[in-house]
Design a protein around this ligand. Structure first.
Ligand code: FAD
Length: 481
C-alpha cells in the first residue's frame, strides 16, 4: 500500500506528524512538493522565500533519497496535481500538514473534495503549532484577541506531545512518477544576484536548522532576556524564524530542546528561557489570530481603521524600501532586510512604525514589501505584527503609541554597532549624533566627512511633524466611529 505525503511548510523528517502517519498507514511513502504560485495570489512566496525554498527542497530531496524514497517535485495547480498523482500511484490516502493560511485552507478543502470524489482521502496533521489552536478559548468560551491571556492559557495546558524521531528508512513506490528538476523552476536570482549575503548567513534545511538551534541553546539562551533587544549583538536572538516558517524544525522540537537547555542552567539564568518561550507563544498567537480572522492580511482587525486616510507616497515608500529615509536606525534595518532577507525584531518594529505612523503609509504596503524581502515571510506573523505596530489589531497595543526612532536607536543601539554596520556612510559620526545626523553641528559633520543630502539624506519626514500628523489621523478615525 502506498501513501502520498504532500509537503508544504513542513520540510523536515524529524517530528513530522504527517510523515509519521503516512508511514503508519502504508508500507510505501511518496513525498511530493507542488509549487502552485497561482493559488496563493498575492501571498504566494515572495522573492526571498523562493530563494530559501530552492535550497530547502534541495536539502530535503537529498535526505529523502538517502532514506530510500524520492521527493517528487511538480509545478502548477496543486489540486489537480495531487489528485492525479494519487490516481497514478494508486495511493488511497494523502497526508499533509495543517495550514493556517486562508488560501491553503481553501486549497485543502478543494483537494479533499476532489480526492473524495475519486474514493480517496486527505488527512491533515498538526505539524506547525505547539497546541491545538481550535481548542483554545477563554473560560467564558470566547476567542482570545489579546496575547497575554492567550499565552497564560497555553502555559497552563499539558505539555505538547514529545517530538517524534526521524525515520531511518522509507520505502518508496515501485515505479517512480515523473518529477520536475528543481533547477528548472528557476527560483534563484540571476541578474542581479541579490542573494550573496543570504548565502553567507543561512543554511536552509533541517541540518542547518538543527545546528542553529543548538548553537543558540548551547551558548546564548542564558543571556537571551537581555540581549534579544540589541540588534547590533550578532548573537542576540536565535535567528530560527525562517527554519520555523518552512518547518525545517517544529516549534515542539524547539520548545523541548530549550527546556532541556534551561534545565542545565542554574535557576537565575534560566530567565532567558521564559522569555524565549514567550516568543514561541507569540508565533502561536499569530497563527491563532489568522485561523480565526482569515482577512487579517488584508483588513484591519478593528474595522474602524479601514477608513484611515493613508497617504499615497510612492517616492517615500521607495526611500523606505531602499534604506534612504534619513533616519539611521530605520535605514539600517531596511538595508539589513535587503541583504540578509531578515531583520532584527526590535528594528522591524521601528521601521514598521516609521512607515505607518511618521510617513502615514498603509501597513499593507509595508507588509507586502516584507513579504517579498523576508526569508521568514509568514502570513500569520507578518500580518499580525504589522497590525500590532499600526495599532489596528485587537491586541492591547494602542494606536497612539508611536516609536521615536532616535530614542529607540539611542537605547537599543547605544554603541552604534548596528547602524555603523548597515549605514557605513555614517560610521565616523560620534555616538552622540549617530542616530540624528541632521542635528549634528556642521563642524562634527565635516570632521566625519559627511555632507548631508549628498552622502546621506535628511529625514524625509520630520519626527515631530510625522508623529503629530499620525496622531491626528488616527484619533479622528477613531472618533468618527
Ligand atoms: P527569536 O527572538 O530568537 O525568537 C524565537 C522565535 O519566536 C522566532 O524564530 C519566531 O518564530 C518567534 N517570534 C519571535 N518574536 C516574535 C514576534 N514578535 N511575533 C511572533 N513570533 C515571534 N516573524 C516571522 O517569523 N515572519 C514574519 O513574516 C514576521 N514579520 C514581522 C513583521 C513585523 C512588522 C514585526 C514587528 C515582526 C515580524 N516578525 C515576523 C516577528 C519577529 O520579528 C521575528 O519572528 C523575529 O525577529 C525572528 O528572529 P529570531 O528567530 O531570531 O527570533
Amino acid at each position: 500500500r502506498l501513501a502520498l505525503l504532500w509537503l508544504r511548510q513542513d520540510l523536515r523528517l524529524a517530528d513530522n506528524q504527517a510523515l509519521h502517519a503516512a508511514m503508519a498507514d502504508a508500507d510505501r511513502v511518496l513525498p511530493v512538493f507542488v509549487l502552485d504560485q497561482e493559488a496563493g495570489g498575492p501571498w504566494a512566496p515572495g522573492g526571498a522565500s523562493l530563494w530559501w525554498l530552492h535550497h530547502s527542497l534541495a536539502a530535503l530531496g537529498e535526505a529523502y533519497g538517502k532514506l530510500g524514497t524520492r521527493l517528487i517535485l511538480r509545478r502548477g495547480d496543486a489540486s489537480t496535481i495531487i489528485t492525479e498523482l494519487a490516481r497514478e500511484t494508486g495511493a488511497d490516502i494523502v497526508h499533509c500538514g495543517m495550514a493556517h493560511e486562508p488560501w491553503l485552507r481553501r486549497l485543502d478543502a478543494g483537494v479533499a473534495a476532489s480526492l473524495q470524489a475519486d474514493g480517496r482521502k486527505l488527512a491533515t496533521h498538526r505539524v506547525a503549532t505547539l497546541f491545538d489552536l481550535d481548542g483554545i478559548r477563554s473560560k467564558t468560551g470566547t476567542r482570545y484577541g489579546v496575547y497575554t491571556p492567550f499565552a497564560n492559557t497555553c502555559r497552563a495546558l499539558p505539555d505538547p506531545e514529545q517530538p517524534l524521531p526521524a525515520p531511518k528508512k522509507i520505502a518508496g513506490p515501485v515505479r517512480l512518477p515523473n518529477s520536475d528538476r528543481l533547477e528548472d523552476w528557476c527560483l534563484l536570482p540571476t541578474a542581479p544576484d541579490w542573494a550573496g549575503s543570504m548565502r553567507d548567513t543561512w543554511t536552509p534545511g533541517e541540518v542547518g536548522a538543527s545546528r542553529r538551534l543548538h548553537d543558540f541553546l548551547d551558548s546564548r539562551l542564558d543571556g537571551y532576556g537581555a540581549s534579544r533587544d540589541i540588534p547590533g549583538d550578532p548573537k542576540g536572538t536565535s535567528m530560527l524564524s525562517p527554519h520555523l516558517h518552512w518547518g525545517e524544525l517544529s516549534a515542539t522540537q524547539v520548545w523541548y530542546a530549550a527546556r532541556e537547555a534551561a534545565a542545565k542552567l542554574n535557576g537565575v539564568r534560566a530567565g532567558g528561557f521564559e522569555r524565549f518561550q514567550g516568543e514561541l507563544l507569540w508565533h502561536e498567537f499569530a497563527a491563532y489570530l489568522l485561523r480565526h480572522n482569515p482577512a487579517m492580511p488584508e483588513d484591519p482587525l478593528r474595522p474602524a481603521f479601514a477608513r484611515l486616510p493613508w497617504r499615497d507616497d510612492a517616492k517615500g515608500l521607495q526611500a523606505w524600501q531602499r534604506g534612504r529615509t534619513g533616519i539611521p536606525i530605520v535605514d539600517a534595518g531596511m538595508r539589513q532586510l535587503w541583504q540578509l532577507g531578515w531583520m532584527h525584531n526590535r528594528v522591524r518594529m521601528i521601521t514598521a512604525s516609521y512607515l505607518v505612523k511618521h510617513m502615514l503609509v498603509s501597513w499593507q504596503q509595508g507588509e507586502a514589501w516584507f513579504w517579498d524581502a523576508l526569508v521568514d515571510a509568514d502570513l500569520a506573523t507578518n500580518s499580525a505584527s504589522w497590525q500590532w505596530v499600526a495599532g489596528t489589531g485587537t491586541d492591547s497595543q494602542p494606536f497612539f503609541r508611536v516609536f521615536n526612532p532616535v530614542t529607540q536607536g539611542r537605547k537599543f543601539d547605544a554603541d552604534g554597532l548596528y547602524v555603523r554596520q548597515y549605514v557605513p556612510e555614517l560610521k565616523s559620526l560620534p555616538d552622540r549624533w549617530l542616530h540624528e545626523p541632521w542635528a549634528a553641528p556642521d563642524v562634527v559633520l565635516k570632521k566625519a566627512g559627511i555632507v548631508l543630502d549628498h552622502d546621506y539624506p535628511r529625514p524625509i519626514v520630520g519626527l515631530d511633524e510625522g508623529r503629530d500628523r499620525a496622531l491626528k489621523a488616527f484619533r479622528e478615525t477613531v472618533q468618527h466611529r
